[in-house]
Write a protein that binds this ligand. Structure first.
Ligand code: SF4
Length: 363
């Protein structure tokens, strides 16, 4: 065989090999950069969009992250009923099957990847995702991963270990299809219909259910090596805001790695399902007076640097007092979206009625 003949046959193979090697090296170089150039560009755009007054030294938007991401309107189906739920009346009546869900998640994630670069956290959210078949849920998570997202499933946590196992394991091989799962467990006392506790009377009443949720993931890791990141989501309204510290005290060792408290917005089905009015949680009110530390003895002030109460009232920082009267949450009906107007004559800054009255002089 002549040399030229050998070169003629080997040349195409070599070109393909070199091209493939070059592509893999370029990919490796991109992957090992501290930041993907697409993300750098997305962050720069986000920073430009921010108003000037929020471009502070501590601002993470536009620097570390482009902001929160989540699926939108893909799967509005749920088997619980929460009073501040944002679902519209059409929820549970639209298409929520697995094929539709995976396709729409795929479409939305492709858009987010193009607009916001790779490596962003994104929630699989919009309804109760564990009502999806485990394989469809896994398909949605995989679509998010394929588009460079770090997915987290938002769930009310009212599912069983068998479901979690089916989600984590490949049905064909029985081996893990995900090495890691992130879940946000939504627990609060305004959720109705949970198995075993249809109508929780308080936040502590849900603690066994929070612990059970964490234990399922601990078991999955023990049995199959699938690691997890768990967040705890709690919707906060005037009905439970005073229980937030107790939730932290009770649940901090359960296995959650983040606690998020979401003030509920007065939107969506709120006019029907929102039952309490918002009290004045004004920055001039000492938090000690509305946190569940009312029973704390006088003088046990938190002395927080942000406290404006002591300086305005010319009292020493360690002298803020617990509220003199328990905080009563007024009942609200759909026909009276605000608390009834009552005249309060208590001098400014000393009123602790917390009634949310409209004409109180301390408003
Ligand atoms: S668990 Fe979530 S989706 Fe379901 S009713 Fe509550 S807030 Fe709505």
């Amino acid at each position: 065989m002549s040399q030229s003949g050998a070169r003629g046959r080997l040349a195409p193979v070599s070109i393909t090999f070199v091209a493939s090697l070059g592509a893999r090296l370029r990919d490796l170089e991109l992957r090992t950069r501290p930041e993907h150039p697409d993300l750098t560009a997305a962050l720069a755009r986000r920073w430009e969009e921010l108003p000037a007054h929020v471009k502070t030294r501590n601002q993470m938007l536009g620097r570390r992250t482009a902001g929160c991401e989540g699926t939108h309107g893909v799967f509005p189906r749920c088997n619980l009923a929460c009073t501040p739920c944002y679902h519209s009346r059409e929820a549970n009546r639209v298409r929520t099957d697995g094929e539709h869900t995976v396709r729409e998640v795929e479409r939305q994630m492709a858009y987010l990847r193009a607009e916001r670069g790779p490596g962003q956290n994104a929630q699989l959210i919009g309804g109760e995702v564990t009502l999806l078949e485990a394989d469809d849920h896994a398909g949605a998570l995989q679509a998010m991963i394929d588009h460079g997202r770090k997915p987290m499933s938002l769930s009310h946590g009212d599912f069983d270990y068998d479901y979690l196992q089916a989600l984590a394991l490949d049905p064909a091989t029985g081996k893990p299809r995900f090495r890691h799962l992130s879940f946000a467990g939504h627990f609060d006392s305004m959720m109705y219909g949970r198995r075993g506790i249809k109508a929780p009377e308080s936040e502590p009443a849900l603690n066994p259910y929070r612990a059970r949720f964490c234990e399922m993931f601990a078991r999955l890791e023990r049995e199959h090596g699938v690691t997890h990141y768990l967040a705890h989501n709690m919707t906060v309204t005037p009905a439970n805001v005073d229980q937030v510290p107790q939730v932290i005290r009770d649940c901090r060792e359960m296995g959650f790695r983040m606690f998020s408290f979401q003030p509920a917005a007065f939107i969506a089905a709120g006019c029907v399902r929102w039952r309490v009015s918002a009290p004045r949680l004004s920055p001039t009110s000492c938090t000690r007076s509305w946190m569940p530390t009312r029973s704390s003895p006088p003088g046990s002030c938190c002395a927080a640097a942000s406290c404006r109460m002591s300086s305005r009232s010319a009292r020493p920082r360690n002298a803020c007092r617990p509220a003199r009267t328990p905080w009563r949450i007024p009942t609200r009906t759909s026909s009276s979206p605000r608390a009834p107007s009552t005249r309060c004559s208590t001098p400014r800054r000393t009123c602790d009625c917390r009634s949310g009255c409209r004409s109180c002089s301390c408003r």
